[in-house]
Unconditional design. Structure first.
Length: 209
């Protein structure tokens, strides 16, 4: 049992490591870094100014070095302003080390959010709480509904009702949650307006074309 749990835990950690590496790579693609530089400088900044901002703030350091620093297994280097020689943070809303320091995910530093203008850890608590509430209501609705559908289908085995319920069950369970979640948000938040949803404003323009 202990070896089985160790193997499963090792597989989970390896999967998490691979996923974070892939996501970190995608976030740090050239177009995304350019968009970040534009948002932190002037909209009409030249390519040279954007490149200077990226270099000054460490985005041109080797990819694996930045990834290891983000994880916390490599010391995070301060960003030195070449004009003054003083360590300056990348963002005004987020403190960063002024000397080389291990400060990554393993040390509890999840980084900064340029969208919310604060540290990620400050937004994590409310987000986890909202997710827990959502999971509770999903289970509260899903389990009784699944039992009722199973009983009805079993009582009418081979009938049209059984086939319809079976098709609906297979279709809903085989659809990934990130697809069904967006679809349901569009239906209930955008079309019907019964709920508030972040996908409502994002999809409104596409739906009215």
């Amino acid at each position: 049992m202990a070896s089985f749990l160790a193997r499963r835990l090792g597989a989970m950690l390896l999967t998490m490591l691979c996923l974070t590496l892939v996501v970190f790579y995608l976030v740090n693609l050239g177009p995304n870094l350019r968009k970040l530089a534009i948002s932190q400088t002037e909209m009409h900044a030249s390519d040279q100014e954007l490149e200077s901002w990226l270099t000054k703030n460490g985005y041109r350091r080797p990819f694996l070095v930045r990834y290891a620093a983000w994880l916390g297994i490599w010391p995070k280097q301060p960003n030195i302003d070449p004009a003054t020689g003083v360590a300056t943070p990348r963002f005004s809303f987020c403190d960063e080390p002024t000397t080389p320091k291990f400060s990554g995910v393993l040390q509890g530093d999840l980084g900064c959010s340029t969208k919310f203008k604060t540290k990620v850890v400050n937004k994590l608590g409310p987000a986890v709480k909202a997710t827990a509430i959502l999971m509770f209501w999903v289970l509260a609705v899903m389990i009784p509904a699944a039992l009722a559908i199973g009983v009805i289908a079993g009582m009418r085995e081979g009938s049209r009702t059984d086939r319809v319920l079976s098709i609906l069950s297979i279709a809903t369970t085989s659809t990934p949650e990130y697809v069904s979640g967006v679809v349901l948000t569009i239906v209930f938040a955008t079309w019907l307006g019964w709920l508030n949803g972040s996908a409502a404003s994002a999809t409104e323009g596409h739906l009215t074309v």
